[in-house]
Design a protein around this ligand. Structure first.
Ligand code: KE4
Length: 427
């Protein structure tokens, strides 16, 4: 079965003449699954519509933001209204206070929060703050975790680097990488060993509390709690990178869902409702080191942009007002998992499905997928064939085995049944 995508194909040829690889972010390029990326024209609810008029049930949700579905009316109307007041001032606005107060009312353990324009900026700034606050240099991150493309994080990172199998990134100097130490995700013994080997030098441990950049991988029981203990004992800043999990696993994100508090938390994706927004926040005693209060400099022309603020604020208010959305999303995702397990079991091929809340991923692996090594050892060529079989049937999955799928609450059980039925055809 093939779906006609001639206009997408011609746009991709044209795009490559002026945009590196024809895309503005590498994971969109289909490099690991093969074939040509699909150019979308519009989307509504849970459906994407490409430039050739094909409809897809969406399991990428713009890599997370579109948690209530595309073209969500209250968000669209708010953007339309506020765009008429100007799209940026370069001055403080009341909207930024409203947004900060709303976030601080939703998430635990954040006294002060600074808005930025991407998850990368949020994580980069949080790391600089942790180093400035502690006066220490080393960072511990986990293989397969992705915290955006700032130099310090491009060491054994997930997402596009795993997808493209980029081991070392040209342009990241030895100086930039030398302070980044890595451990396997879920390997707390390795963390203890590396902390002991660098006693007194570790400024921060940054972790995806639920990993979403090597597929969806859950923290092992006690993993996050042990990180918390180690950081408290050693005076290390624990940073939860909640760019994916924030406002997705629960209104209070992973800190609420998993009941472990970090010292700093970064946000992105859902917080902007599809507009460019990131944020980092945490306890006052740490955040007070950020300029202009302190000397840890961080800035941004469009940080707190009014259109981005009203979009994110409108969406977060909906999520705060209706926490039942999270039960609905988790139930739909669990239903999908059960259906996919039944459908794929008939193929007589090894596979595992990881799922937590509205994050899920399928791995053609004989063993549990619990870290980057087991995610990499899976039959990811089989995933590529699965991806295209589903795409040709109108189901849009993330174009990489190293990504989590994301459900939006506009999806119906009929859509889920259609997805499960079509998965059964892909064996
Ligand atoms: P951005 O700079 O892309 O807004 O956020 C970086 C980031 C930070 N932390 C986590 C946990 C993230 O997942 C991300 C970005 N995620 C990828 C998808 N896995 C974004 C997609 C892309 O690179 O185009």
């Amino acid at each position: 079965m093939t779906t006609k995508r001639e206009r997408s194909s011609s746009l991709f040829q044209r795009a490559q003449k002026t945009i590196p690889g024809g895309v503005n972010s590498p994971v969109r390029a289909f490099r690991s699954v093969g074939g040509e990326p699909v150019f979308m024209k519009k989307a509504s609810g849970t459906y994407l519509y490409d430039v050739d008029g094909n409809r897809y049930i969406d399991y990428i949700a713009s890599w997370g933001p579109m948690i209530l579905g595309h073209a969500y009316a209250p968000v669209v109307e708010a953007i339309q209204e506020y765009a008429a007041y100007s799209t940026s001032f370069g001055t403080p606005t009341e909207l930024e206070i409203d947004m900060a107060e709303l976030i601080c009312s939703m998430v635990p353990n954040v006294d002060l929060i600074r808005m930025v324009s991407s998850g990368t900026e949020a994580c980069m700034s949080a790391l600089r703050l942790a180093r400035g606050y502690t006066g220490k240099n080393k960072l511990i991150k986990f293989e397969g975790n992705y915290h955006g493309h700032a130099d310090a994080f491009l060491v054994k990172a997930g997402s596009g680097l795993a997808t493209l199998n980029i081991q070392t990134v040209p342009g990241v100097t030895a100086g930039a990488a030398m302070d980044t130490l890595t451990c396997a995700y879920n390997d707390i013994a390795a963390v203890k060993k590396i902390v002991a080997a660098h006693k007194g030098d570790v400024a921060a441990i940054i972790v995806e509390p639920v990993a979403g950049n090597m597929g969806c991988i859950l923290p092992a029981p006690g993993f996050l709690e042990s990180l918390r203990e180690i950081c408290t004992e050693e005076g290390i800043v624990l940073i939860f990178d909640e760019v994916m999990t924030g406002f997705r696993l629960a209104a209070g994100g992973a800190q609420e869902y998993l009941k472990v508090n970090a010292d700093l938390v970064t946000y992105g994706k859902v917080i902007g409702a599809g507009m460019p927004v990131g944020a980092f926040g945490g306890r006052r005693e740490i955040m007070e080191h950020i300029a202009p209060l302190g000397n840890v400099y961080q800035a941004g022309t469009l940080s707190g942009n009014p259109i981005a603020m009203i979009a994110g604020y409108t969406l977060l208010k909906e999520l705060k007002a209706k926490p039942s959305i999270y039960e609905s999303l988790a139930a739909k995702t669990a239903y999908l998992k059960t259906g996919l397990e039944k459908a794929i079991a008939d193929w007589q091929e090894p596979f595992v499905i990881n799922q937590v809340g509205s994050m899920i991923s399928v791995h053609f692996s004989k063993e549990p997928v619990v870290d980057f090594a087991t995610a990499s050892a899976a039959n990811n060529g089989r995933f590529s064939r699965f991806f295209h079989s589903m795409l040709d049937r109108g189901i849009y999955l993330p174009p990489s085995a190293f990504e989590s799928w994301f459900l939006n609450d506009a999806i119906s059980y009929e859509d889920l049944d259609e997805t499960i039925r079509k998965c059964g055809e892909c064996g």
